[in-house]
Each structure stands twice: as structure tokens, then as C-alpha cells.
Ligand binder design. Structure first.
Ligand code: IVH
Length: 681
């Protein structure tokens, strides 16, 4: 009886370990969430019936134990060193020249790795079993965070078997604990919902999560590890090069720093640094530089150490993404839905190669919370391609002349009083005729993600509004083109171009019309879901909250927002006039009558397509049943890469996701599965 239980336990534990490895290390899961949950539940049930069979390596042991009062100190077997920095090509070359001198040879190879911005840990395995984990601390001793690290699914509780390297009696594997940007955003959203304090950045969040005395909290945080070094190893032959130790670490079941390279010239090393600097914003984790290590371990020993830093390695540090500057003013803009949005006007400052003169301030509570005053010296941060933010005020730089900011009580555009509803962070201008709102609404309507009317730019739309020619989107379809031709700087020809651009927009599909209406919370993707489900604006306008919320992918808040929109008489009137103007307010149900040859596929399009516009291709793919996503993930079936495809195609290759050509796309659009995808969609 117990034998059978033991066998089943082994089986489930192995399956879960494998799924973990596929998900967290290979980034290519093979189990569904449901399978995973079922296995975990069965394992928990079996273990509670047979507590004597619980092992420390069981996946159930990753949940975290009771709170500790302090962290014990762990003395490192080999000191954990830090790195020297170089900031330019010149300094990098000088570093390499020193390495050559100390090695007594100019025959050096270099390994490059992105420098992940997280926290260093060393994890020790005895006879393959996870034993202890510690922070770097002062380099000689750090905090024992074994219980916290045990909860990380990317840290194996038992090393994977390796025929090539064998099983060490003891090994310490070092690496960086970090949080993906996307996980960080989601965590902060969750914290905000629960009224918790928000983390400043992913590194902060990783540090805060790791230093929890209660490992049950750590277990809830999306921490991951990239391994980059063997601290020491016993019982098997030493690796001869750093490259080989990275291979060893991978075979033992860890993720190593992504896209490490091996080069034999410093020119290539420098190029690689430029590459990372350029690709930095598109990564889902933060890097603050690139680490360069001499590959040969014997040469490393020759080259030696200075104080706490190896001379055989260095970090090329990227230009700062935080800078100090002055807040000159706070402007208030009116958004499409009437929200008053404060915006920081900054003394221009170069942050990591980009000149920044504006930063978002979110809302008045945020300004009060950070105590931001006009005239303050502030720390500004630019992270990836997001709008720059003010991190904090440097209070010690205050002169006393700073001015506390007051959100206006009237709309800066129309002068009408504004309201702030209970529970809302933003003040609202509720004047339906407010010109600023109308401008934003028109910009949205003609914009690329909605009706995509190329021939009418924001400036021209503003001009029509100022002239009193348009008061809503429907007026765009009733322009007097003789009057347009008579405008300064235009003429017959321009007027004709504008007319044909606006005419052409009448054939835009239903989802674009829905998106163009500017219903709160409804984006491109949700507009598509609504169009595919309701097939007409009439049907959508007549639907109840429950009916709308029943559409997969649409939640209650969105459904309510749609109903609220159609409850307003002026909005219903707008919809009626758009239909009258001849816009596509209906779309035929897929005539394939449920037969959707691409159903179940999730595709990502990237790069420039020769034969289709991106929007056309996406639409047709959706029509054929595929889901079209904006970014590559484990759920992606394939990526279609056009000309000059960049990081998305690259990421797909890393995840072993098929990358398709435009010819393959044509096959897909025919409703057939291209050879590159094999049998199964
Ligand atoms: S090697 C002797 N490799 O950077 C070599 N460090 O500034 C010591 N880091 O404490 C570290 N990515 O926390 C190394 N690929 C990488 C790294 C890396 C990030 C961090 C690590 C270290 C700090 C030194």
C-alpha cells in the first residue's frame, strides 16, 4: 500500500518539477494551469494522509514557513565579490589592456552577460539537495535567506542530473534575484487594490520581497533567479572556463543570464554593450549594464584581484536612467473623458540619451503624497519607453520659494466647475461641450488605433473645432469641402485628399468604429471582442450589463461602462448619425458558420509586411479564429516576422516558438496551416 503511495508521490513530484522547469527556466510550459493545480492538490492530499512521506524537496514545501525574528548570518565559503565599473569604450579598452598585461598573454576570450538589476545570492547544494541560500551582505557574510529562496520556483530544490558534469558533493551557485517588469506592474496593481504601499521599481520590489522575515509572503511574490557564477564546486572536475561553468549551471536546472556571448576581441565586446544599451527598453527585466569576464579560469587566477574586486571581470555601466532636475511648473491637461491630468514641466535634462522635459504626475493625491512643489529639485526616472516619472523631491535643496500646487476648481479649457467624485483620484470636467475634451476625442477617433484617418491630422482637426465646424465625430462626415478648400494653406487638391481620406474611413470595420467612440475602458482588443460578439452597434447598444459581461474577455466594469455610454442620449444620437453617414455599424457574422480554421492559435505580427497592412492581416486572422496578441509569451503559437523584425522575433526564437514568413502568413490567411507549424495549430 505505502509502496503504491510512494510511487504516486514520486510520479507527481517529478511531473511538477518538470513543469516548473519548463515554465520558469525554458519559458515553454507544457502543462495547463488546471493540470498543475490538480497535481498540486493531489500531492497535498496524499502528503496530509501520509505526513511521514513528506520530503523537504517536495513542491509543497515552497509555500514558506513561519516568520523568523531575525536572519542568521551566513559566512561565505568563498567571498562574494563586487565588480569594477567602466563607463566608456576607452575605459573598457583600458580594462582589457590591464587584463592582457596581468595574464601575460593577449590571447584572451571574453564572456559577456547582461547585468541584471536585482540582488546577489549564493545557493548551496549538498549531494544535489538545496541546503542553504544567503545574500551577499558585506561579501564575507550575508543574511541566511534559505527559507525565502526555497519558495522560488526557478531555484531547483534538487539539481537536475547531468551526464556530462556528474553530481557535485557540494556546489554553490550564485546569481541575481530579480522581478520581471510585467510581474512588478501586476504586483503593484495588486498592492494598490489592497491599499498597500507601492514599490518604486522592480529591484526595490525584489529586495523588499526577499527580506521578508515571513517566507510565506515571499512565496506570493513573483521572484526569479538568473544564475551567473559557480562560487565553488567539490566532488566533480572543476570547469575550465566560465563558459563551461555556465553550461554546467544550465544542466543543473538553472536559468543563466540570457544571451551570454563568447568573443575573442574587445571590439566585439564593445559592440555587444551597444547592443544591450539599445535593446534595454524592450526587455522584460531591468539591466543596468553588461558584465564582461575573462573566460579561462586559469587566466582569471593569473589576472587576479584588487581588494574586493576581480581584475578579470568588469561591468560596463549604462548611462543613468535617473537624473536630477528642476520642476518649473505643473500644467493641467484635460483628457478625452474630462479628467484633469497634471503634468510636470521640467528643466530639460538628458536621461540615458533622451532629452526629457515633461513627466507624468498621475493625480493630485500623488502630488500631495510625494509633497511635490513647483520650484522643487526632483529626481526624474525614465524606465523603458514609459512616460518619465518623478521619483522623489530632494527636500534638502529647498529654498523656501517653492509653491504648493493647487488643482484648479474650474476646467482650464472651458472654465466650467470641475467635480471629484468620492473614491475617484481625478477631478472631472463634465461639460459635454468642453473644447479640450472634444479635441482629445477627435484625436482618438481619427487616430491609428481607431478610424485611422491618415489624411486628417490632429492640427487640422483642432482647426475644424476652432472654426466651429465640428462638434463631434459625425460632423467630420458632413464637412463643406468648398469651405475647406478656401482655408488658408489648403486648396482644391488638399480638400479633395481630405475628402477621400474621410470617405475611405467609412469602410473601416466595426471594431474600429466601436473603439473610436471612446467608451471608457474599451481598448482595441475589447472593441474587437464586442464587435465579434454583437455584430452591430444597435445590438451592442441594446445589450444589458449581464449580456455584455458574458462575452469572454469582458468584465463587469467594462460592461457597465458600455451600458453607461449608451444610456446617454447624446451618445445614442452620435451613433445614429455615424450610421447615417455610412460607417460600418454592422459586421456580418463569420460566414464559415463556426468553422474557424485558426481557432486556438495565438499569433503575434512583427516587422514590416510587404503584401498586407498590419491591421488588415490582423483582422483577417481574427476572422479566421486566431487570437492576435501584441507581445510574445509562452502562449504564443507562432510569430509572423516581416522586414526588419526585431526583439519579438528574437524572443520567439529563444522560446522555441516558430517564426513564420510572409509567405506562411498568406497560407494562414487562406485558412491553411503552413508547413513550418507542422500538424497541430
Ligand atoms: S559577476 C566576481 N555577473 O552585479 C563577479 N554579477 O556589481 C561578481 N550582477 O554583486 C559578480 N548580473 O549582484 C556578475 N552576470 C552577472 C551579473 C552580476 C548582475 C550583479 C551582482 C553583483 C553586482 C556587481
Amino acid at each position: 500500500m505505502t509502496d503504491a503511495v510512494q510511487r504516486r508521490l514520486d510520479e507527481i513530484r517529478q511531473a511538477i518539477d518538470r513543469w516548473n522547469y519548463e515554465y520558469y527556466i525554458l519559458d515553454a510550459p507544457s502543462a495547463t494551469d488546471a493540470e498543475w493545480d490538480a497535481a498540486m492538490n493531489e500531492l497535498r492530499a496524499l502528503e496530509s494522509e501520509h505526513p511521514e512521506l513528506v520530503t523537504p524537496e517536495s513542491p509543497t514545501q515552497r509555500v514558506g514557513t513561519d516568520a523568523q525574528s531575525t536572519f542568521a548570518q551566513f559566512e561565505h565559503v568563498r567571498p562574494m565579490l563586487s565588480l569594477s565599473n567602466v563607463y566608456s569604450e576607452e575605459e573598457l579598452r583600458a580594462w582589457a589592456a590591464r587584463a592582457v598585461r596581468f595574464a601575460g598573454s593577449d590571447d584572451l576570450e571574453f564572456v559577456t552577460e547582461p547585468k541584471i538589476d536585482g540582488l546577489a545570492v549564493g545557493v548551496t547544494y549538498v549531494d544535489g539537495a538545496f541546503t542553504v541560500a544567503a545574500t551577499r551582505g558585506n561579501g564575507l557574510a550575508g543574511d541566511d535567506i534559505t527559507e525565502n529562496i526555497r519558495t522560488l520556483p526557478s531555484v531547483p530544490l534538487r539539481l537536475r542530473r547531468s551526464d556530462r558534469f556528474g553530481m557535485p558533493t557540494r556546489i554553490e551557485i550564485r546569481g541575481e534575484i530579480y522581478m520581471r517588469r510585467s510581474d512588478f506592474e501586476a504586483l503593484n496593481t495588486r498592492m494598490a487594490e489592497n491599499g498597500g504601499k507601492l514599490f518604486m521599481n522592480p529591484r526595490n520590489a525584489a529586495a523588499g520581497s526577499l527580506r521578508q522575515k515571513d517566507a510565506r509572503i515571499t512565496a506570493q511574490r513573483p521572484l526569479r533567479m538568473f544564475a551567473y557564477q559557480v562560487g565553488y564546486v567539490e566532488g566533480i572536475p572543476q570547469p575550465r572556463s566560465h563558459w563551461e561553468s555556465l553550461e554546467m549551471i544550465r544542466e543543473f536546472g538553472f536559468a543563466t543570464s540570457p544571451d551570454s556571448t563568447l568573443y575573442d576581441t574587445i571590439d566585439l565586446v564593445w559592440d555587444r554593450g551597444e547592443y544591450w544599451l539599445e535593446h534595454r527598453p524592450s526587455l522584460d527585466f531591468e539591466i543596468d549594464g553588461m558584465v564582461i569576464k575573462v573566460n579561462d579560469l586559469a587566466q582569471q587566477e593569473e589576472i587576479g584581484y584588487v581588494a574586493r574586486e576581480p581584475r578579470w571581470a568588469t561591468a560596463y555601466k549604462f548611462p543613468a536612467v535617473q537624473q536630477v532636475t528642476r520642476l518649473l511648473d505643473i500644467q493641467v491637461n484635460v483628457g478625452r473623458t474630462g479628467t484633469l491630468n497634471p503634468l510636470a514641466v521640467l528643466e530639460s535634462v538628458n536621461i540615458g540619451g533622451v532629452v526629457v522635459s515633461r513627466a507624468t504626475l498621475h493625480n493630485e493625491d500623488e502630488i500631495a503624497r510625494k509633497d511635490i512643489r513647483i520650484g522643487d529639485t526632483v529626481v526624474v526616472q525614465r524606465a523603458g519607453d514609459v512616460i518619465p516619472q518623478i521619483v522623489k523631491v530632494m527636500e534638502d535643496r529647498r529654498t523656501g520659494d517653492e509653491v504648493v500646487f493647487q488643482m484648479p476648481d474650474t476646467c482650464p479649457s472651458c472654465g466650467q466647475p470641475v467635480h471629484r467624485e468620492e473614491g475617484e483620484a481625478k477631478r472631472l470636467c463634465t461639460n459635454a461641450a468642453c473644447p479640450a475634451q472634444l479635441q482629445r476625442r477627435m484625436q482618438h477617433f481619427i487616430g491609428r488605433s481607431a478610424m485611422d484617418i491618415d489624411g486628417v491630422g490632429d492640427k487640422l482637426a483642432d482647426r475644424f473645432i476652432e472654426l466651429g465646424w465640428i462638434h463631434d465625430a459625425a460632423d467630420l462626415y458632413a464637412l463643406d469641402y468648398d469651405a475647406v478648400a478656401g482655408l488658408e494653406g489648403l486648396g482644391e487638391k488638399s480638400a479633395e485628399n481630405i475628402r477621400s481620406a474621410i470617405e475611405a474611413s467609412k469602410t473601416q470595420p466595426l471594431w474600429r468604429v466601436i473603439h473610436g467612440l471612446g467608451i471608457r475602458h474599451i481598448g482595441e482588443r475589447t472593441a474587437t471582442l464586442l464587435a465579434d460578439h454583437f455584430h452591430s452597434l444597435d445590438a451592442l447598444g441594446a445589450a444589458s450589463v449581464d449580456e455584455i459581461a458574458a462575452v469572454p474577455g469582458i468584465g463587469g466594469v467594462l460592461a457597465q461602462s458600455v451600458v453607461d455610454f449608451f444610456a446617454e442620449a447624446p451618445n445614442r444620437e452620435l451613433v445614429r448619425r455615424l450610421a447615417e453617414a455610412g460607417l460600418q455599424t454592422r459586421q456580418d457574422a463569420p460566414e464559415r458558420d463556426g468553422e474557424q480554421p485558426l481557432a486556438g492559435m495565438t499569433l503575434v505580427l512583427t516587422g514590416r509586411l510587404e503584401r498586407h497592412t498590419r491591421a488588415e492581416a490582423e483582422e483577417s486572422l481574427r476572422y479566421l479564429g486566431a487570437t492576435v496578441a501584441g507581445s510574445v509569451s509562452k502562449k504564443t503559437t507562432a510569430v509572423v516576422a516581416g522586414e526588419a523584425a526585431g526583439s519579438k522575433a528574437e524572443k520567439a526564437r529563444q522560446l522555441n516558438i516558430p517564426v513564420l514568413s510572409e509567405t506562411d502568413l498568406a497560407t494562414l490567411l487562406d485558412g491553411r496551416i503552413p508547413e513550418a507549424l507542422g500538424e497541430s495549430p
